[in-house]
Write a protein that binds this ligand. Structure first.
Ligand SMILES: O=P(O)(O)OC[C@H]1O[C@H](O[C@H]2O[C@H](CO)[C@@H](O)[C@H](O)[C@H]2O)[C@H](O)[C@@H](O)[C@@H]1O
Ligand SMILES: [Mg+2]
Length: 271
């Protein structure tokens, strides 16, 4: 397994940094909280949003790891909360969806942004126009809407040209979020960084230092927050990526292998 450090150091130092950061969970399970992005981090990317495959042992490994951290493990995703929940049945975790616009804390209480009727019309208009963009998929996520061009990279410019128009229609409560082969309009007031901080204000996350792991532009906000709070941040990146994450891991496989080890270690806690 190889790691890259940001800023780059020699390979051995990078390996130590990345692996050591995660193994802090094992040696100090009452001092750390884990924040995990989903697509491109826990789960391999696929051609379409619905094409992802959840590795069969992943939900249970996360459940065991969460138990060892006394529940201080949260998912922080751009997916809609309800969709993300379905990926990990029978387990549920504290979770932030739509890049932090909806959140279910450890108590089970859900807070979310509710768009007005005009946003429904906007989504319908985007879906209609996208029918003229061969291969582009529109994903209705409730309070957000994404236009995916992974299956039609030649449509990128068309999508990029159109989305600011839809953002204007959506108004100041919304922002344009870019991601991997996707542009989406989502509520502006939230971010993954704010979501991470909100979790840390609640039991059992409070008093712990965060480790945030992600793979995309939207995750940079939680990397910054984790770094600022004295925690650690790890970006999943097969190739060098511009990031504020303190270290990187080369693949979802590499991360899942470490999480599986952490999940399996010990009985009552990780140590
Ligand atoms: O914050 P995340 O959990 O990483 O979610 C980010 C977006 O993930 C999904 O889109 C991405 O993954 C798809 C499946 O692999 C892929 O086809 C697409 O190109 C990627 O952009 C999801 O569909 C989005 O709603 C999330 O915002
Ligand atoms: Mg991701």
């Amino acid at each position: 397994m190889s790691y890259q450090e940001n800023p780059r150091q020699d390979d051995q130092a990078s390996v130590s940094s990345g692996e050591e950061a995660l193994f802090k969970l094992a040696f100090q399970p009452d001092q750390w909280a884990l924040f995990l992005d989903i697509d491109g981090t826990l789960i391999d990317l696929a051609d379409t949003p619905d094409g992802i495959v959840v590795p069969p042992d992943l939900p249970e490994n996360l459940h065991h790891l969460s138990t060892k951290l006394n529940g201080a493990l949260a998912l922080v995703t751009g997916r809609a909360l309800a969709y993300a929940d379905r990926l990990f049945v029978p387990y549920t975790f504290p979770i932030a969806g739509l890049h932090g616009s909806e959140r279910r804390g450890p108590s089970g209480e859900i807070s979310r942004f509710t768009p007005n009727a005009a946003f429904e019309e906007l989504k319908a208009a985007l879906a209609r126009e996208a029918k003229q963009w061969p291969g582009v998929l529109v994903e209705d996520k409730g309070a957000a809407v994404a236009a995916h061009y992974r299956q039609a990279p030649d449509q990128r410019e068309t999508v990029e040209a159109a989305m600011p128009r839809y953002l204007d229609m959506a108004g100041p409560d919304f922002t344009l979020q870019r991601g991997k082969m996707v542009a989406e309009i989502r509520p502006a007031q939230a971010s993954k960084g704010h979501a991470l901080k909100a979790f840390l204000d609640e039991t059992p996350f409070n008093g712990r230092k965060p480790i945030a792991i992600g793979d995309d532009v939207t995750d940079e906000a939680m990397f910054r927050t984790a770094n600022r709070l004295g925690g650690h941040s790890i970006r999943i990146a097969e190739t060098p990526a511009e990031t504020e994450a303190i270290s990187t891991l080369p693949s979802t496989d590499a991360l899942r292998a470490i999480l599986a080890t952490l999940a399996g270690a010990g009985t009552s806690n990780i140590a």
